[in-house]
Design a binder for this molecule. Structure first.
Ligand code: TXA
Ligand code: MG
Length: 303
């Protein structure tokens, strides 16, 4: 174990917070079993307590110690872990993930991240680690170390620099209970999920099923306008494909590149202090569903 990973593991054991890089976005991590440590996360983020956290585990075996997996959950974990998929399943071990971390629900969200530093910390700690995105509540998730430090670094005992997050968007969240539902589109696309387990059930009452979907999220300071082909006076245009702007999500129209750039460019555009941020249209297929979901939230069109 490297010295920085050992320091992070010690901090988690002591009930302190750690800035943890994952392949999706930076997380603000704590011992899932320690209610006092988890309370610090809610405080540092200014996060409403009804919004539950994801428990990060090393692998499927560790996940199945805290959650009840059926054949579909097992198939999803086998196909996409370690990686950017979160599975919500019935809770098995209430002591391993404290009530506050689950917002009192009888389900638990679990994910095995693939980032080598996250994996090293999880292997060293040996128990579930809760980690919401490291932004203050309502702000874009940090995808760079410096952005993560700026958001919530002050609340952490150890901050691990894992470089830029490869995916750049939060994990896909699916619940596997009576049916399989997509609660949050993300890096693993609807198409990839359906190829494995067949058609997904319609997400019913979004807010009730995934409490985090209630609040407006991912919003920069400046108002965001979508499907823009050119900038209005005072606006910064973030382009995509043929629509060129001061920034571009991906000049070649590549959705993977666009996802990786999305939060970084929203932050950069916002730093310039424009009257508004205009964003070019992004197609809805594949990763586009998650990108458009985050853009709609940034524009205040959802929740
Ligand atoms: O990629 C990610 O998932 C990142 C990295 C750090 O792993 N984490 C992240 O956590 O995005 P957070 O807290 O920002 O988002 C977790 C989402 C929220 O929308 C929350 O409501 C939902 O997962 N969630 C957590 N537990 C749940 C549960 N038991 N039932 C339904 N939704 C749940
Ligand atoms: Mg978040």
């Amino acid at each position: 174990m490297s010295a920085e990973v050992a320091a992070a593991v010690d901090a988690l054991r002591a009930g302190e917070l750690v800035l943890l890089p994952t392949e999706t976005v930076y997380g603000l991590a704590a011992d899932a079993a320690n209610a006092q440590a988890v309370a610090r996360i809610f405080e540092a983020k200014g996060r409403p307590r009804f919004n539950p956290l994801i428990s990060h585990v090393f692998d499927q075996a560790a996940a199945e110690r805290i959650a009840l997996f059926d054949d579909r959950a097992r198939a999803l974990a086998a196909a996409f872990w370690p990686g950017p998929l979160t599975i919500v399943a019935p809770l098995k071990d209430a002591a391993a993930v404290c009530d506050l971390a689950r917002a009192g629900l009888d389900t638990v969200a679990v994910r095995a991240p693939s980032h080598p530093l996250a994996r090293a910390v999880l292997a060293g700690f040996g128990r579930p680690v809760v980690a919401p995105s490291a932004n203050r509540s309502g702000r874009p998730s940090p995808t760079r170390f410096s952005d993560a430090v700026e958001e919530t670094g002050a609340a952490t005992a150890v901050a691990l620099d894992g470089g830029d997050c490869e995916v750049g968007l939060e994990s896909t969240v699916v619940s596997v209970t009576d049916q399989v539902r997509l609660l949050r589109p993300g890096a693993i696309t609807r198409e990839e999920l359906e190829a494995l387990i067949g058609p997904l059930a319609e997400a019913e009452d979004d807010a009730r099923r995934s409490p985090g979907r209630l609040a407006a999220h991912y919003a920069p300071e400046a108002p965001v306008r979508l499907n823009a082909l050119e900038a209005q006076p005072g606006e910064i245009l973030i382009g995509f494909g043929p629509v060129a702007g001061q920034f571009s999500l991906s000049p070649s129209g590549d959705l993977r590149e666009a996802a990786a750039n999305l939060f970084k460019l929203l932050r950069e555009a916002d730093r310039a202090g424009p009257e508004g941020i205009a964003v070019a249209p992004v197609p809805e297929h594949g990763l586009g569903e998650a990108i458009n979901d985050r853009l709609a939230r940034a524009a205040g069109k959802v929740g």
